[in-house]
Design a binder for this molecule. Structure first.
Ligand code: NAP
Ligand code: GLV
Length: 313
């Protein structure tokens, strides 16, 4: 069995060694330009079309991340890069849910306990205790209740925050008020003090977080975007913060990455910026998950995480 690894810009040796250890029966290799030899499986992140196009013997492509928007965009541009018949399989959690919970919990505690306001007071040399808030006073809405969103929603609920969550299909989550379908999003986010985005970037979700959704939040609410920059109408976010409708935002993802040096977000101190690190792909967990799925497929079993290319996630 041959496994092809392609993650341009990343150090390949440790990945290759880990795949080889997890799948001793396989011949694992790193893709190089002009490698057109057959491969049964490919593990990729943002690969060039040439790495997959016309690859004989391909049984599945594993995406080394949860979000498949980049690879689907590439396939949309170059439809011959990946035949419809080859399943595209994404990472399911693989250690990312725990990281997302940490990131979002930090944001929730920071804003609920008003640390952002105290930082501004400290910069101004002001000593002024603000009205205390408890988690129960700080409703949070989570968009997307998949592998990551459901872990985040449940963790926030367990910490005492009133949590509502939105997904495409109906869900039941302990302690979370759930909403499903397009016509329920307004009810889900209405009056929330913090909005957390954990949707995939698809034709139905791009540009969703604009004037209308931001306007439905409580006055002085916060946005935490840890999914994709394409979800947010950036000019509407800047406008909502300038008007005081939103008190701030914590953004990990952006329409253009790296965020350009002249972008307005850098000049807005109420926006916290991290460089797409809220949940990193972890080598050991990811290799173990992919190796297990390959073994299951070789036994003829079905595996989870197969992407619906029409739905976009
Ligand atoms: P997932 O398991 O596929 O969950 C996606 C959730 O979004 C599901 O609950 C799905 O509803 C819901 N959804 C999709 N389209 C919808 C729509 N039109 N209306 C309402 N709900 C919709 O994905 P995941 O593993 O949790 O990851 C979510 C996203 O996080 C990824 O796609 C990626 O973009 C982002 N991410 C970011 C980082 C980072 O470091 N910043 C790291 C990892 C992932 P159903 O459950 O009903 O299908
Ligand atoms: C990272 O952004 C991922 O989708 O895994």
């Amino acid at each position: 069995m041959d496994l092809l690894f392609c993650m341009p810009g990343y150090e390949a040796r440790s990945w290759l060694e880990a795949f080889q250890r997890a799948l001793p029966e396989a011949q694992c290799r790193v893709w190089q330009p002009n490698d057109h030899a057959p491969a049964h499986y490919a593990a990729v992140w943002k690969p060039p079309a040439e790495a997959l196009r016309g690859r004989a013997g391909l049984k599945a492509v594993f995406n080394l991340g949860a979000g498949v928007d980049a690879i689907l965009d590439m396939v949309r541009r170059e439809p011959d890069a990946l035949a419809e018949s080859v399943p595209l399989i994404r990472l399911e959690d693989a250690g990312m849910a725990e990281q997302m919970v940490e990131y979002v919990m930090y944001a929730a505690l920071r804003y609920m306990r008003r640390f952002d306001e105290y930082e501004r007071q400290r910069a101004a040399g002001r000593w002024a205790p603000l009205k205390a808030r408890r988690p129960g006073d700080f409703p949070i809405a989570v968009l997307g209740l998949g592998q990551l969103g459901s872990a985040v929603a449940v963790a926030l609920a367990n910490a005492g925050f009133p949590v509502s969550g939105w997904s495409r299909t109906a869900k039941q989550l302990e302690g979370v008020r759930t909403f499903a379908g397009d016509d329920t999003i307004s009810a889900c986010i209405q009056g929330a003090k913090m909005l957390v985005n954990l949707l995939p970037s698809t034709p139905s979700t791009r540009g969703l977080i604009g004037k209308r959704i931001l306007g439905g939040l409580a006055d002085g609410a916060y946005l935490v975007n840890v999914a994709r920059g394409t979800h947010v109408v950036e000019s509407d976010l800047i406008d909502a913060i300038s008007r005081g409708k939103l008190a701030g935002a914590m953004l990990d993802v952006f329409g253009e990455e790296p965020l350009p040096a002249n972008h307005a977000f850098w000049r807005e101190p109420r926006i916290s910026i991290t460089p797409h690190v809220s949940a990193l792909t972890l080598l050991d967990e990811s290799v173990e998950q992919i190796a297990e799925k390959i073994r299951a497929m070789e036994r003829g079993e079905t595996v989870g995480g197969i992407v619906d290319r029409v739905r976009g996630y």
